[in-house]
Design a protein around this ligand. Structure first.
Ligand code: ATP
Length: 269
């Protein structure tokens, strides 16, 4: 009996329009993943080898997962999601089997994206970890075997995500493996504005809510924190009046005062 959770085949429902800003990331991903899967003949004609894998790296909560999902939705690709830490098993041999199973599933679901979240957990530099080093090494070897493919990866692209590109084994990032790196940074002013607009469209707002001012005052927030701020402010409004609640600028002010940001300078490129 396996003690591991299966990689899940999902049909994501995230659209490009659900993601504020991040236009460059969206475009780079489409070129690297959507084009080759949808127009393989064009790549052949141009003599270009499409990437097998793309690494999205950057601070937490800044839309890596969201973007990978939207890519699958918009390009009509199946989406197989795996979290790095979940693939580890204390049973000898079980973790490599799990990696094989993920790729078997992906081939069967092609055209598909295999999304490895927290891939750093799978690919710590060889010998770096303590007691579980040998399991980690075997998992890494299996992953490389799958990418180098005796069985080629046809119509399957790996999209991986990490907050810690520095701890990933360089072997995984070599040419013809996961060799396209895309930085997904914290939202800039325009992106924060868009995230607020997307979120507040669904929220009863007072006339005094000033999206520009809020975007201005949330410099350094991650996308996830922008959403959290909106939610906390909505709850603050409800605390005043559950039935006729409507979020106003004063609720945002209150939450902004107590807000603790998660992204630290060391997390930035
Ligand atoms: P982690 O590294 O922690 O896994 P991540 O970069 O994968 O983070 P996501 O899971 O994509 O981050 O984003 C977390 C949540 O933050 C999303 O579910 C969404 O609610 C919100 N969010 C982040 N960025 C954006 C954005 N640009 N537009 C809209 N929502 C966003």
């Amino acid at each position: 009996p396996s003690c591991m959770r299966e990689a899940t085949l999902e049909i994501p429902r995230v659209r490009w329009e659900d993601i504020g800003g991040q236009h460059a990331t969206k475009q780079l991903l489409r070129e690297a993943v959507e084009w080759p899967l949808r127009h393989p003949e064009a790549f052949q004609r141009m003599g270009i080898r499409p990437p097998k894998g793309v690494l999205l790296y950057g601070p937490p909560g800044c839309s890596k997962t969201l973007t990978a999902k939207a890519l699958a939705t918009e390009a009509g690709l199946n989406f197989i999601a795996v979290r790095g830490p979940e693939l580890f098993s204390k049973w000898v041999g079980e973790s490599e089997k799990a990696v094989r199973a993920v790729f078997r599933k992906a081939r069967a679901a092609a055209p598909a994206i295999v999304f490895f979240d927290e891939i750093d957990a799978l690919t710590v530099k060889r010998g770096a970890a303590g007691g579980s080093a040998s399991v980690a090494d075997r998992v890494l070897t299996q992953l490389l075997t799958e990418l180098d493919g005796i069985e080629p990866l046809v119509n399957v692209t790996v999209v991986a995500a990490t907050n810690r590109p520095d701890v990933i084994d360089p072997g995984i990032l070599r040419p013809d493996r996961i060799d396209r790196l895309i930085y997904v940074g914290p939202p800039d002013f325009e992106t924060r504005r868009e995230i607020l607009c997307i979120q507040l469209r669904k929220t009863a707002c007072a006339d005094d809510v000033d999206v520009d001012a809020l975007a201005e005052r949330t410099d350094g927030f991650s996308g996830a924190e922008m959403i959290a701020l909106c939610q906390e402010s909505a709850i603050a409004a409800m605390a005043e009046d559950v039935d006729a609640s409507c979020v106003a600028m004063r609720h945002f002010e209150k939450c902004l005062r107590g807000f603790k940001k998660r992204i630290t300078p060391e997390m930035l490129r």
